[in-house]
Design a protein around this ligand. Structure first.
Ligand code: PLP
Length: 372
């Protein structure tokens, strides 16, 4: 199999599996119990916490582990809105955010919150004047992602945070696709991240909170995680997340150079008839969202069974609906259904990527009755 679905999830790093192993096979103590073994597990979790904080790279905050980034985003949005003064009930977000943000906002809208969803341009980027116009003293929270999971574009997070603060609002950044890859400039008050997008284990995420910012708890119980996120922590998942974050920080420039090389190689290889969705300037280069007039993308994906790639996004793929992100950048339903996403990274070789792109191009041409 050639794996080109790095935005859906990333292969586990061998270093991560090795770090997790003792915590799976021998060390099973509850990290919240006072025994020597419990304290040893708690200490390993604190090391992991620091490693994830360092990969986020923002000063003056603390981090709580969660069961996923989806949970971290739900917690941040619902928890901030619960504590917001009654006359600040507006959330400003963007049409191209992940469903974990958009669906949470919709749920709160049904409960009376005022939700403003900002459009993006054809390049997938926010217009800062529109952000400014949407913000006033009624705004409690601005939620804008760092790197888009479908089209890879990088939003101007620092500028948005500045505008949010000028209006007295907090800024939440979904940094799931950017962690360890794209600088998270100072600015956000809350940051959500996930281990499985950086070669770590699935089912663990985290919420970073600037000191003094504390959303109301989403999960109540035994008072773990500073009393604000209950539930017994999993030492193996936390240690795995920490190891993945440490590796991402250490390998950052090597990984980036590798992915840039792949991006250049793949762009050079693209045959005629393909267009790139989203900005080609402000983007993470490990995401290539391609469109081809008249292509049946779902058929292409099922025809090429030994290449793992995706429709607009893994989440949209199951629903049968065309991707909301591609629709938001102005594509028609038909154009959105003619788009595929190739995601590559640390373990992708140039040979396999080029061979996959050639086969995708040939299969697309064959589907359209064109000569190879
Ligand atoms: N935000 C973005 C941008 C994502 O790509 C994803 C995962 O696809 C999530 C949030 C949710 O992350 P998790 O799988 O940890 O719930």
């Amino acid at each position: 199999m050639i794996y080109l679905d790095y935005q859906a999830t990333t292969p586990d790093a061998p270093e991560v599996a090795a770090a997790m192993q003792p915590w799976i096979s021998e060390k099973f103590a509850n990290p919240h119990s006072p025994s020597r073994w419990g304290r040893e597990a708690a200490a390993a979790i604190e090391v992991a916490r620091k490693q994830v904080e360092q990969a986020i790279g923002l000063p003056g905050g603390r981090l709580a582990f969660t069961g996923s980034a989806t949970e971290a985003l739900n917690w941040a949005i619902k928890g901030v809105m619960e504590k917001a003064p009654k006359d600040r009930n507006r959330i400003v977000t963007v049409d191209t955010e992940h469903a974990a943000v958009l669906d949470t906002c919709e749920w709160l809208e049904d409960k009376g919150c005022d939700v403003v969803r900002l459009p993006v341009g054809l390049d997938g980027l926010l217009d800062l004047d529109e952000v400014k116009a949407a913000l006033d003293e009624r705004t409690a929270l601005v939620a804008v992602m760092l790197v888009n999971n479908e089209i890879g574009v990088i939003q101007p997070v620092a500028e948005v945070a500045r505008l949010a603060h000028d209006a007295g609002a907090l800024m939440l950044c979904d940094a799931v696709q950017g962690l360890g890859r794209v600088d998270l400039s100072e600015g956000p008050d809350l940051v959500a991240v996930s281990a499985h997008k950086i070669h770590g284990p699935k089912a663990i995420g985290a919420l970073w909170m600037r000191n003094g910012v504390e959303p109301a708890p989403l999960i109540h119980g035994g008072g773990q995680e500073m009393g604000i996120r209950s539930g017994t922590l999993s030492p193996e998942l936390c240690v795995g997340f920490g190891a993945a974050a440490k590796l991402a920080s250490e390998r950052r420039s090597t990984d980036h150079a590798h992915v840039e090389r792949l991006w250049e190689a793949v762009r050079g290889e693209l045959g005629r008839g393909w267009a790139i969705n989203g900005s080609t300037d402000r983007r993470y280069p490990g995401n290539l969202n391609l469109r081809r007039e008249g292509l049946d993308a779902a058929r292409l994906i099922s025809d090429l069974r030994d290449i793992a790639f995706s429709l607009g996004s893994a989440c949209a793929s199951g629903s049968g609906r065309p991707s909301h992100v591609l629709r938001a950048i102005g594509l028609s339903d038909r154009e959105a259904r003619s788009s595929v996403r190739l995601g590559f990274g640390r373990y992708t070789t140039e040979e396999e990527l080029i061979s996959a792109v050639r086969r995708i191009d040939a299969a697309a041409r064959a589907q359209q009755g064109l000569a190879a």
